[in-house]
Design a protein around this ligand. Structure first.
Ligand code: ZN
Length: 215
């Protein structure tokens, strides 16, 4: 599907609300439990969500000031920030995420038509217009809400978002590495995101080979 800036901004808002709802509802002890992201507990995912908002605020600043401010100062900073952040107590993780998410929304709301077109660089080194920042954030808040939300699945995310995410991941992974698969849009998108192959089969009816985690 073709997504516009308005779609991405709407998904950021919905995903941010979903994250807040899920994370505020977690018992403190659940922060140390495994998330849906292989190898990460919930505290790490929440720290990553907060640090990602801060990193994307750097891109918003880049677009508004014209001065190059990368998402992260070094390749190791992202990992280090998450590792340190995850040691914070649950109440602090909740308020850190809330603070950064609100600040990011304010920063994005302040961008002018001209500034949305300003080129910035993603953490993967791709040059994109600032109007891609909301999409980068929408993917994070939606997918990680499912990773940390007890009982949440991709089927709880908006269908139009799933269609856009499925297209995005297929394009980024490269059509050659993504086998033809059969399943509901939600199950196929979860599979493409590397969140297991429940509900998905290969086009021939056999099991679909696992894909590594995305995001
Ligand atoms: Zn992520």
């Amino acid at each position: 599907m073709t997504r516009g800036l308005g779609d991405a901004l709407r998904w950021v808002e919905a995903g941010t609300e979903l994250c807040a709802e899920v994370i505020d509802g977690l018992a403190d002890g659940q922060f140390e439990e495994r998330s849906g992201l292989p190898g990460w507990d919930r505290a790490h995912v929440v720290a990553h969500l907060a640090a990602n908002a801060a990193a994307l605020r750097n891109l918003a600043r880049w677009a508004s000031s014209g001065e190059e401010t990368p998402m992260y100062s070094s390749p190791n900073q992202r990992t280090a920030d998450i590792a340190t952040g995850a040691t914070r107590p649950p109440w602090e993780l909740r308020s850190w995420l809330h603070r950064e998410a609100t600040a990011l929304a304010d920063d994005l709301a302040a961008l002018t038509r001209e500034q949305w077109r300003h080129p910035v660089r993603t953490a993967q080194g791709r040059e994109v217009p600032a109007s891609e920042i909301p999409w980068l954030r929408a993917r994070e808040v939606m997918v990680h809400a499912v990773d940390v939300g007890p009982g949440l699945t991709f089927a709880d995310l908006p269908q139009d978002f799933l269609a856009a995410l499925s297209d995005d991941i297929t394009a980024k992974r490269g059509a050659a590495t993504v086998p033809p698969i059969v399943g509901t849009l939600a199950d196929r998108t979860a599979y493409l995101a590397g969140r297991g192959s429940a509900g998905v089969t290969s086009a021939s009816g056999g099991p679909a080979p696992d894909l590594p985690p995305w995001l």
